[in-house]
Design a protein around this ligand. Structure first.
Ligand code: ADP
Ligand code: NI
Length: 218
């Protein structure tokens, strides 16, 4: 099987699996992350097959939508990739990226797994969590969970443990302070950092306008 055929098969599998996904974690999120990853990879020395497969499979079964179970996604990816003719080292690398990509993983015990390919796909995923699309995804997820949009009486919690983060029922606006505005300083690559700065400024302008509207000042 050529790399192109492997990628085509993977795209078809992901599109089929995510047919009824929440709007912020659907096929089009995957497509954006895949494109971001290829763009970031141009300036890095990485295995493009690993980057592509990890970007395409990183949210195949997000724990948020599977009762918090973090093992289903990596297992589904591994089972799928095993049906294709792919070297085992590539499969293991992709599975390790899926195990380590999530923001909440960085709140828990530190894993020893590191790779340039993980850094590229993580930056690509983080870019889609910020900026105009990041704002849309956050409010869609909040709506999906029936969270409040904004409640000035509930302040953001900047010292959440991984468990608190997973179980948080806080208003969606708090998520900006608890995660989205922190991402620009956590980018791994130069390309990621430049794009994140721009998207970060857009979110700050957005919040500025939102508070002015709340105060009847705009
Ligand atoms: P990861 O999947 O990398 O651990 P998250 O679980 O924080 O990251 O979620 C990915 C995306 O889902 C976020 O970027 C955001 O759009 C949405 N999301 C997750 N948790 C929340 C929340 N508490 N409020 C609003 N949006 C959220
Ligand atoms: Ni994602």
């Amino acid at each position: 099987m050529t790399d192109t055929q492997i990628i085509e098969e993977t795209v078809a599998f992901v599109q089929e699996t995510l047919q009824r996904a929440e709007g912020g974690h659907d096929w089009f999120h995957i497509e954006r992350v895949y494109r971001n990853a290829l763009m970031i990879a141009k300036d890095e020395k990485v295995d493009l097959l690993v980057v592509s497969l990890a970007a395409l499979l990183h949210d195949i079964a997000d724990a948020k939508f599977h009762g918090g179970d973090e093992s289903i996604g990596p297992k589904m990816a591994q089972d799928f990739l095993t049906t294709l003719e792919i070297e085992n080292t590539v499969i293991q690398h992709v599975v390790n990226i899926i195990l380590n990509i999530s923001y909440k993983t960085s709140l828990g015990p530190q894993s020893s797994f590191k790779s340039k390919e993980l850094e590229v796909v993580q930056d690509a995923d983080r870019l889609d969590a910020i900026g105009a699309m990041g704002i849309a995804r956050a409010f869609n997820y909040g709506g999906y969970k029936n969270r409040e949009l904004y409640n000035p009486d509930i302040p953001p919690n900047l010292k959440m443990t991984k468990e608190e983060y997973k179980n948080s029922k806080a208003p969606t606006l708090n998520h900006f302070y608890e995660k989205l505005l922190l991402l620009k300083d956590k980018m791994n690559t130069d390309t990621g950092r430049i794009l994140a700065e721009k998207r970060h400024r857009f979110m700050l302008d957005y919040l500025d306008q939102l508070y002015r509207e709340c105060e009847g000042n705009a």
